[in-house]
Design a protein around this ligand. Structure first.
Ligand SMILES: [Zn+2]
Length: 167
């Protein structure tokens, strides 16, 4: 296993729409990538990581919202098939934008479908932190960052703050 380099704000790969990924059932390369993504996520104390964040423009995410007792899982080609009408605000950060966080409004519940690494269909009915995390990670696959979900004023303020700490 290996800890991968996490791409940060400004990296072009974070703004690209990622390509679909083919599960093959037996794919040592995919298995290793998933292991490395988990290791990278745990090392950075994250609860989710999308492949574009490690420079790979593929529709793959790993998630472990352990505070709710959820098991870690990897999801290929995840998509939101239903979003609840009720919205919820919650604090979000991103491993690609270190030390920056903000309250983001999102649907409180979502239903997500995708494939597990073996190619089996998976359907997840999520609420709370898991729902938030899934929406955040799926956004990454479309080149969207949580900053884009904020008002322009708030976003500019946070980008300035981020640039300041980077320089
Ligand atoms: Zn993120």
């Amino acid at each position: 296993m290996a800890i991968l380099k996490i791409e940060t704000l400004g990296a072009e790969v974070l703004r690209r729409r990622a390509h679909e990924i083919q599960p093959s059932g037996e794919d040592p390369e995919l298995d290793r990538l998933i292991e490395d993504m988990f290791e990278t996520m745990y090392d950075a104390h994250g609860i989710g990581l999308a492949a574009p964040q490690v420079g790979i423009s593929r529709r793959l995410i790993v998630v472990h919202v352990n505070e709710e007792g959820e098991e870690p899982f990897a999801l290929l080609n995840p998509r939101i098939v239903e979003a609840g009408k009720a919205k919820e605000k919650g604090e979000e950060g991103c491993l690609s934008i270190p030390n920056i966080s903000a309250a983001v409004e999102r649907p409180a519940t979502v239903v997500v479908e995708g494939l597990d690494p073996k190619g089996n269909e998976v359907r997840i009915e999520a609420e709370g932190m898991l729902a938030r995390c899934l929406q955040h990670e799926i956004d990454h696959l479309d080149g969207i960052l949580f900053l884009d979900r904020l008002s322009p004023l708030k976003r500019n303020m946070l980008v300035k703050k981020y640039r300041k700490q980077e320089s």
